[in-house]
Design a protein around this ligand. Structure first.
Ligand code: HEM
Length: 397
């Protein structure tokens, strides 16, 4: 079976995107020394049970990195500490506060698209889909507008970092690469520390000021906790939403009859966005480690094993989704795992959905003939746990 994905240079290992099904829902990779989880019910079960399937994978890290590089980053913690840390920023992403940001999002979109209005061709990612979430998340956090370009450079460098799920041997060999990545991390941490110091002296109405004031069990956060939380919000809040916008444009182009449905009935757009999260999930795999022996779908996984929960593959599981390889802009229900599930369920989901909807709405309004440039095919991020467009040259006339 051919699929639109065959024309894109997406990660070759992501076989589920090409209409193939895994032989087993759970399998062990001898070379990577990791368990691959592909089935929907198996993935959902793991994400729903943080007691057994831990997000603290650093303890099994063969390189034994300095643990301060993840200190405070709640993505790598389990309950009850996870709840305390996430609780410090949760409120900033509540539906009520996200709704308040909507008019600002429309303003940023207007400005970005005004610049592009008369151009016959442009790169949708570079000139629209990436700047929009970067501006929004950096404003929310309290980053001065003059520093946005610097943050963008850091994000780009980070993506050049390569494969997060390499074999332990390959990870050990990539010493030089690792040092570069750590150098970048320290640079970013210094930046957040300075901004936090500034807010300590002069608090403002932004997320960094909130973190500087915050306490857990009666103690203020350390400089590295604040920096790691800021890095997490910056990375997750920017790149994933950019991918969602670009991926949705590509999906609608690949399925013209679905694009026509959405154009004819704009109320379908939120569902089309959910379908894009399912069909081409920007984050397609998340890591976990077993705290105890565990039985998953009839397979015994011993204690202290690393696993990749392939939510992208689960989103194509025919046991869960009818006709999983078709893009159905009105799919109902759509219980995809593209934003995760359980205690680590995406913190920024309301923001991402709102930005995605506003961006797509504006593109449909302003550029009725917008389409990928056949002479310059899109390129994709070559990161193993992501399926996201990186450059997307488009024609507007
Ligand atoms: C379409 C865009 C997005 C996608 C596809 C996405 C995807 C995900 C996924 C799959 C997870 C679960 C990770 C896990 O279980 O280990 C997650 C968690 C998270 N997301 Fe998103 N995300 C998006 C947008 C955002 C935005 C805009 C923010 C804003 C800051 C954000 C912040 C986070 C954070 C902080 C977590 C960690 C939550 C925790 O560990 O409790 N995400 N996201």
């Amino acid at each position: 079976m051919t699929s639109p994905v065959d024309q894109w240079d997406i990660h070759p290992g992501h076989f589920w995107l090409r209409g193939k099904h895994p032989e087993k829902s759970v399998e062990y990779d001898e070379e990577l020394k990791m368990w691959n989880i592909y089935g929907y019910s198996e993935c959902a079960e793991i994400l729903g049970n943080p007691k057994v399937f831990s997000s603290d994978m650093m303890r099994l890290d063969p390189i034994k990195l300095d643990e301060s590089i993840v200190e405070g980053d709640f993505t790598h913690t389990d309950p009850p500490q996870h709840r305390k840390l996430r609780g410090l920023v949760d409120h900033a992403f509540s539906p009520r506060l996200v709704a308040r940001l909507e008019s600002q999002v429309h303003g940023v979109i207007r400005e970005l698209l005004d610049e592009l209005q008369d151009k016959p061709r442009f790169d949708l990612m570079k000139e629209f889909a990436a700047p929009l979430p970067l501006i929004m998340i950096s404003d929310l956090m309290g980053v001065p507008a003059s520093d946005r370009a610097l943050l963008r450079q850091w994000m780009d460098k980070m993506l050049d970092g390569g494969d997060e799920f390499e074999s332990p041997e390959a990870q050990l060999e990539g010493q030089e690469q690792l040092e570069q990545e750590l150098g970048l991390l320290w640079e970013m941490r210094d930046y957040w520390r300075e901004l936090a110091l500034d807010r300590r002296k002069q608090p403002r109405d932004d997320l960094i000021s909130g973190l500087v004031e915050a306490e857990i069990d009666g103690e203020k956060l350390t400089g590295s906790q604040i920096s790691n939380i800021c890095n997490r919000l910056m990375v997750n809040g920017h790149l994933t939403t950019a991918m969602l916008i670009g991926n949705t444009v590509l999906c609608l182009d690949a399925f013209p009859e679905q694009a026509a449905r959405v154009r004819a009935d704009r109320s379908l757009l939120p569902k089309a966005i959910e379908e894009s999260l399912r069909y081409l999930s920007p984050i397609c795999g998340v890591g976990r480690a077993t705290n105890t022996d565990a039985d998953i779908g009839g397979t015994l996984i011993p204690k202290d094993q690393m696993m990749i929960v392939w939510t992208g593959a689960a989103n194509r599981d025919p046991r869960q989704f009818e006709n999983p390889h078709a893009f159905d802009a009105g799919r109902t229900p759509n219980t995809h795992l593209g934003l995760g599930r359980g205690v680590h369920f995406c913190l920024g989901r309301q923001l991402a959905r709102m930005e995605g909807r506003a961006a797509l709405e504006a593109l449909l309004d302003r550029f009725p003939d917008l389409r990928p440039d056949p002479a310059r095919p899109p390129t994709f991020l070559q990161v193993v746990d992501a399926d996201g467009v990186d450059t997307l040259p488009v024609l507007t006339q």
